[in-house]
Each structure stands twice: as structure tokens, then as C-alpha cells.
Design a protein around this ligand. Structure first.
Ligand SMILES: Nc1ncnc2c1ncn2[C@@H]1O[C@H](COP(=O)(O)OP(=O)(O)OP(=O)(O)O)[C@@H](O)[C@H]1O
Length: 287
């Protein structure tokens, strides 16, 4: 397996729930993948399976390592932030930096300090005194300072204000990302991450329903804004979704030549979130 992440037929069942259902996923170095799906789609379970944090069936390899067999070795080379991050509340921030420096060979303390300097999280503060958002900032500072080939972020900006979220993604792209690293971000805040993604996966009820490079969007998808009598003609062309917009309709197409649509109204490339809604509704209507 030459890809950084390779999963085949990956499945995980909890009693009555098929949380991950025969997932195939392949990701090369230099990718930033957005993992998008409704609540309970199986995103966290898939990420945990890739890291060997939950058992699974099927084949899986991350950096050439089977996470089920060699979890400890894998964890030295990947970095993971969970949506339920827990930090030792009795420590001060400085003690926490000392602690992580002591246990993690790839931790670059100066980088964490530089990141924290852009926040209100002071070195002398106790973790338990920090607000919810500041605790997440601290956790992100620790994670981003680890020199890892694979970074897995499960809802990394939950509870953070808009300004910080924007800064975090900018920093992730400018200071952290390079073409030797691979990043997976699971999030519900699609609009905020779409500009840094190289690929996107939509997941629903345990299955991957779409995996595409962002660069293919212009060619494969089109959104037509149409008003008046052209609407009926636009709706007669097979489409994957539509919604009402001011004065007319926005209709989403897959694999339809744009020149066919241009005489009917304004054509643009759909946003990831609009495409997500169309694809998920389409998948759910086909049950
Ligand atoms: N430890 C567990 N025991 C039993 N069921 C579980 C367990 N972990 C997850 N599940 C179930 O597996 C399914 C997928 O959960 P998962 O947390 O992976 O979804 P998610 O896409 O991350 O959701 P969200 O966006 O809400 O965080 C859900 O139905 C959930 O209830």
C-alpha cells in the first residue's frame, strides 16, 4: 500500500448500529481531506478505526502501519485531536508544556508557545481556570506543535469563536501544512474549511457516498440560478437537488455540460455545503 492512508472494506458495528459500513478510502501525502456527514454518520468511528482506537473489520493501513497491530508506533507518527478533548485540569499551562515536552519526542515547544502567544491563554493559568474555548485553543496549540506526518482533527473548532476559527485554519494551512503531510478534518462547519481542502468525503449512515478532489468540482458540478419560465426547462434536465432562492430556484447538476445550462440562467460552481445537502438528501430518498 503506497498511500499514506488506505482502508478497504472497513467496517465497525456496535450491537444494532453499523457505524462504519464497508468503507474504502485512499489518501496520498499532501492531501487535506474534509470529512463531512450528518450527526451519527460514523465520522468519529471511522477516524478512531484509522488510529486503532476502536476495533474494526477489513483492511487498514496508515503510514504503512496496521493500527490494530502496532497502535503505539502509529501514535508516535500521527497526531489526533478528538471532539471530546480532555486536558489535566490541575496543571498550569506551563506545566502542561513541560509535561508534553517530556513525553513526546516530536513536540516543538517553541511552536506551541508562539501559537499560544496569539491567544489569551497565559502560561501561569491553570487549565481548570480556562474557558471552554481557551481549553480548545490550548489543545490545538499542543497538537499543532507536534511534527507529525498525519494530523487527524475531529471537530477541532467546536466551541471556538469565529475569529479564532478563521485564524486556526489559516495557521493550519500556512504554518503546518506541507506536501509531505496529510490532514483529515471532520467538521460540520463546511464553509469555514472548504477553502483549505484538497478533497472532500461525504459520509452518511456508515457509508462514503462521495469522495472527490476539490479540483474536480468545476467540471463535475454546476448550480444554475433560474427565474421565470426557464425554470420548467431547467427542471426537466436531470438534477441532483434544488432549492428556492429569492425570485427563483437554484438547481444542482452533476455531469451536465455547462453550455446546456448557460442559456437558462446564471451558472456557478456549487458550494460544498449545498452539494452536501443535495447528496445526502438524494442518498436518504433512495432508501
Ligand atoms: N461506543 C459506542 N457504542 C455504541 N454505539 C456507538 C459507539 N460509538 C458510536 N456509536 C454509534 O455509531 C454511530 C456513529 O457514531 P459516530 O460518533 O461515529 O458519528 P459521527 O458522524 O461522528 O457523529 P457526530 O457528527 O454527531 O459527532 C452512531 O449511531 C453512534 O450512536
Amino acid at each position: 500500500m503506497s498511500q499514506v492512508i488506505e482502508a478497504r472494506d472497513l467496517s465497525r458495528r456496535f450491537d444494532q448500529v453499523q457505524a462504519v459500513d464497508k468503507v474504502d478510502l485512499s489518501l496520498s501525502a499532501g492531501s487535506v481531506l474534509g470529512l463531512i456527514g450528518p450527526n451519527g454518520a460514523g465520522k468519529t468511528t471511522l477516524l478512531r478505526a484509522l488510529l486503532g482506537l476502536t476495533d474494526c473489520d477489513g483492511e487498514v493501513s496508515v503510514l504503512g502501519i496496521d493500527p490494530r497491530r502496532d497502535h503505539a508506533r502509529l501514535m508516535q507518527q500521527v497526531c489526533f485531536i478528538a471532539d471530546t478533548a480532555v486536558l489535566p485540569r490541575w496543571m498550569t499551562v506551563r506545566q502542561l508544556l513541560d509535561y508534553v515536552s517530556g513525553i513526546h519526542p516530536r513536540f516543538q515547544r517553541r511552536q506551541a508557545e508562539q501559537f499560544l502567544a496569539t491567544t489569551e491563554v497565559g502560561a501561569k493559568r491553570k487549565v481548570r481556570e480556562l474557558s471552554k474555548g481557551m481549553t480548545v485553543q490550548l489543545h490545538l496549540a499542543l497538537v499543532m506543535a507536534v511534527d507529525a506526518k498525519v494530523l487527524i482533527l475531529d471537530e477541532p473548532t467546536l466551541g471556538l469563536d469565529l475569529l479564532f476559527r478563521k485564524r486556526f485554519y489559516e495557521q493550519l494551512l500556512n504554518d503546518y501544512f506541507d506536501d509531505e503531510r496529510t490532514i483529515i478534518i471532520s467538521t460540520h462547519q463546511v464553509e469555514e474549511v472548504q477553502h483549505i481542502l484538497t478533497e472532500v468525503v461525504f459520509m452518511d449512515r456508515g457509508r462514503l457516498i462521495m469522495h472527490k478532489p476539490m479540483s474536480s468540482f468545476d467540471e463535475e458540478f454546476a448550480e444554475l440560478h433560474v427565474v421565470g419560465e426557464a425554470t420548467a426547462r431547467a427542471e426537466a434536465i436531470p438534477h441532483i437537488g434544488s432549492r428556492t432562492i429569492l425570485g427563483g430556484k437554484a438547481i444542482l447538476y452533476e455531469g451536465v455540460d455547462r453550455s446546456l445550462l448557460e442559456s437558462l440562467g446564471e451558472v456557478r460552481t456549487p458550494s460544498v455545503s449545498d452539494l452536501f445537502v443535495a447528496k445526502i438528501e438524494g442518498a436518504q430518498n433512495h432508501v
